[in-house]
Design a protein around this ligand. Structure first.
Ligand code: NAD
Length: 332
């Protein structure tokens, strides 16, 4: 299925969380397509906001520093938009267990504010939401598909699921299209690499590049589905343009089940140096860890023609190349 991205030319677009990893990569692509992009970000720590993420497009986007929980400000910037990519979130799984009130406040209340505004404005704006594999919990079958039951193992997963349901509910009642893309482990250029709360692959790249040991919890035989950022951006662009994905949920991933330890080896190989050590799982991590995970993207492929194009070896190499040029802007 051919998608004409030129249709985004001149469109008025809001990206919540747009100074972060996924949002900023999306902004680069949208600017190239000729869209009018507004980035809305609260610059909260320890999340991935970084001014350098806008390097090359800073003069082509509007940036609003504000919180999605600020209903007045949010309304001001939702008004007049045609597409909203809702990416702002508390994104740390362990953070969500240590501070469940914060996670609920940002991920649920923040999304509810957006829903209320869209209901009030009634402008039929399209919303593409960044959902998460964390909404599933430990799978009872593989590959995980959209019919799989949801039993999150942390507060983050519960609240990402709730936010997805709020958006679909409000979209249904107030007549605006919503697409939820449940993302797997996304990696690539512009991801924060200062800590390992999330974006672990990028964190390991920093470890290898700066001569620190990479710590692998347990035997490293957990499996994950790693997906390169350009493929994720392509999925968001398609979801925003095609009505065939409206009012539905989809998994976005590579469809390849990778051993955690094999991902670590790929990182070390791409960096050309580095060392890993096995350490016991910290209890707070082990209790929420998921043993095996891989998805099928068949449903999204059928709806939009999307399929991933970048394999792990190529994606990790491209990511390392980016940080070789820009490490000073990302390292801790
Ligand atoms: N990166 C992944 O592997 C992954 C996987 C599944 C889902 N997701 C989802 O994708 C989205 C983007 O994640 P990311 O990896 O780009 O993270 P990121 O940390 O790089 O970006 C998140 C951005 O949201 C901003 N933000 C946080 N709270 C906010 C608030 N209250 N108001 C306004 N801005 C706020 C942060 O400042 C940050 O810039 C999130 O919704 C996340 O749940 C990401």
């Amino acid at each position: 299925m051919d998608v004409d991205f030129a249709k985004l030319n001149g469109r008025k677009i809001l990206i919540t969380g747009g100074l972060g990893f996924i949002g900023s990569n999306l902004a680069h692509r949208l600017v190239r397509a000729g869209a009018h992009v507004t980035i809305y970000d609260a610059c909260l720590d320890p999340y991935g906001w970084n001014w350098f993420n806008l390097d090359g497009i800073r003069d082509n986007v509007e940036v609003v520093i504000a919180d999605i929980r600020d209903e007045v400000k949010l309304k001001e910037h939702v008004r007049g938009k045609e597409i909203i990519f809702h990416l702002a979130a508390q994104v740390g799984r362990e953070v969500s267990m240590a501070n469940p009130e914060l996670d609920t406040d940002i991920n649920c209340n923040g999304t509810i504010k957006l829903c209320k505004i869209l209901a009030e404005l009634q402008n039929g704006v399209k919303v593409v939401y960044a959902g998460s594999r964390g909404q599933i919990g430990e799978p009872i079958y593989l590959p995980v598909d959209e019919a799989h039951p949801t039993k999150p193992t942390d507060v983050y997963g519960i609240n990402k699921l709730a936010a997805e349901k709020y958006l679909l509910l409000y979209g249904h009642i107030y007549d605006f299209p919503v697409v939820s893309l449940r993302l797997n482990n996304v990696y690539g250029p512009r991801c924060q690499m200062q800590h390992g709360y999330y974006g672990i692959l990028n964190w390991f790249i920093q470890n290898a590049m700066t001569g620190r040991d990479i710590t692998v919890y347990g035997d490293g035989k957990q499996t994950r589905d790693y997906i390169y950022i350009d493929d994720v951006v392509d999925a968001f662009m398609r979801a925003s343009l095609l009505s065939t994905a409206d009012n539905d949920i989809f998994f976005i991933g590579s469809g390849v089940e990778t051993l955690f330890i094999d991902m670590v080896k790929q990182v070390i190989q791409a960096v050309g140096r580095g060392r890993y050590v096995h350490v016991p799982f910290p209890p707070e991590r082990e209790s929420i860890d998921i043993r095996k995970f891989v998805i099928t993207f068949a449903k999204f492929q059928k709806a939009t023609g999307w399929h991933p194009k970048v394999d792990l070896t190529t994606g990790v190499q491209r990511t390392v190349d980016f940080y070789r040029r820009n490490l000073e802007h990302y390292r801790s």
